[in-house]
Design a protein around this ligand. Structure first.
Ligand SMILES: NC(=O)c1ccc[n+]([C@@H]2O[C@H](COP(=O)([O-])OP(=O)(O)OC[C@H]3O[C@@H](n4cnc5c(N)ncnc54)[C@H](O)[C@@H]3O)[C@@H](O)[C@H]2O)c1
Length: 400
């Protein structure tokens, strides 16, 4: 990768910023990356990040704009809440800084387009946090369909996200408000929708959705917290210090997280959603997501004229189920079944986290376009934001 050291700033001293990217860069990329600074308006988070990443006072900023202006940055990693991404990404491009922006790229298609326009003007790199594209399971599904073409011409597809994180963090923190996260599709489904787009290899033209809020939300006070709640020891949704489940990062590095009541009045994002999506190349797809399943897994179906492919990425499953991802193909004319096991590389998101960072760093040096680029971020948001609008209005939303 050459000798050049990449000077990086991290925006948002939270779970992704510090426990994922910060720690990884500090431990694995110390010869090619210098973490110049971190920014976060929350003093406690800044202190946490400063300690974990071993930074001094001149490297911590409670104002992101100031950090971007004061430090000689080559690149910035944006890991602040979703609604802040647009302003920070545009500001970084105006200052000539390469950007790795967490998903969702932004909350609306217009905001994604504004970011991409500014990126093009600046000639800088834009990589979006679609870590699944760098995980061997998803890579293999893409290869089977688009390179090996084992199941022929794709005609139908589908994905189901069973996401058990509803009471682990989603409805306890900032994610639960549409103004912060854009809703469940924009915030969470954007990953699997991107995988559908990538494997189907086309752009969506229409989306229709149904959804609701049936398990979470309610009439409790917006300020009620699990830690001081009278039923904290019996409520199955209570988020207490001893039951926080970290998806990635080092288990011994803990961080305070929001523990607001998941039955609060203010919750305005859905907890389950169903979509149908039409693509320019004629593929019809479905997408199903719920935040209250016992398991946390992603499943995909692709049906071609020569066969059917099913893939499962079982991250958290029942005690009796296998935890290993695999892909199954059944060929149409012979009914022969082929099971393709997948070996994941170490690291968060089945190796997707280190894969994404490596691609971004490499693109900063080679000036190539990353695999997870701004257009991928935009096309996924077109479906997700369109889906949210469809659920709200009951109408089919045309995307182009
Ligand atoms: N790629 C993935 O798989 C993945 C996984 C989890 C989260 N994410 C995304 O990463 C981002 C961060 O998520 P998280 O789980 O780390 O959340 P978090 O709440 O742990 O961290 C976000 C931090 O940003 C800070 N912040 C708020 N406004 C800011 C601003 N204007 N400038 C700088 N910092 C600001 C907050 O104080 C907080 O410390 C979100 O966009 C989320 O969607 C991506």
């Amino acid at each position: 990768m050459g000798e050049k050291i990449i000077n990086i700033g991290i925006v948002g001293a939270g779970n992704r910023g510090i426990r994922c990217y910060g720690l990884y860069l500090m431990k694995e990329k110390r010869n090619s990356v210098r973490i110049m600074g971190i920014s976060d308006p929350d003093r406690k988070r800044l202190e946490f990040g400063k300690k974990v990443l071993n930074l001094d006072d001149s490297s911590v900023f409670d104002d992101t704009e100031k950090m971007l202006s004061v430090l000689p940055l080559d690149a910035v990693i944006i890991t602040s809440p979703d609604y802040t991404h647009k302003k920070i990404a545009i500001s970084a491009f105006k200052k000539g800084i390469d950007v790795l922006c967490e998903k969702p790229l932004a909350l609306t298609v217009k905001d994604c387009d504004d970011i991409i326009r500014e990126q093009k003007k600046s000639g800088k790199i834009l990589c979006v946090g679609f870590v699944l594209r760098y995980n061997n399971f998803y890579k293999k599904m893409h290869e089977i369909v688009n390179v090996e073409k084992k199941i022929g011409r794709i005609i139908m597809a589908g994905a189901m996200d069973s996401v058990s994180t509803g009471s682990q963090y989603f409805f306890h923190g900032w994610w639960r408000l549409r103004k912060n996260s854009g809703g469940l599709l924009v915030q969470k489904a954007t990953h699997s929708i991107d995988i559908l787009n990538w494997v189907i290899n086309s752009r969506a033209t229409r989306v229709y959705g149904e959804g609701g809020l049936s398990v979470f939300g309610g009439n409790k006070s917006n300020t009620k917290r699990c830690s001081s709640c009278e039923i904290k020891n019996t409520c199955p949704e209570a988020l207490l210090e001893n039951n926080v489940q970290w998806d990635y990062g080092e288990g011994n590095i803990k961080m305070e997280i929001e523990d607001k009541c998941v039955f609060a009045k203010e919750i305005d994002v859905y907890d389950h959603e169903v979509l149908t999506i039409a693509y320019e190349n004629g593929v019809k797809a479905f997408f199903v997501e719920s935040q209250f399943t016992p398991d946390y897994k992603r499943e995909f179906w692709f049906i071609g004229d020569k066969g059917r492919m099913y893939g499962i990425d079982p991250y958290i499953v029942s005690n009796k189920d296998e935890r290993k991802p695999y892909i199954e193909i059944v060929y149409r004319h012979t009914r022969e079944k082929e099971i393709i096991p997948v070996k994941l590389r170490p690291g968060g998101h089945g190796g997707g986290d280190p894969g994404l960072i490596e691609d971004f760093l490499s693109c900063c040096l080679t000036r190539k376009n990353p695999l997870a680029d701004g257009v991928a971020g935009r096309e996924s948001i077109a479906i997700c934001a369109g889906g949210e609008k469809s659920i709200e209005t009951g109408k089919i939303i045309k995307l182009r």
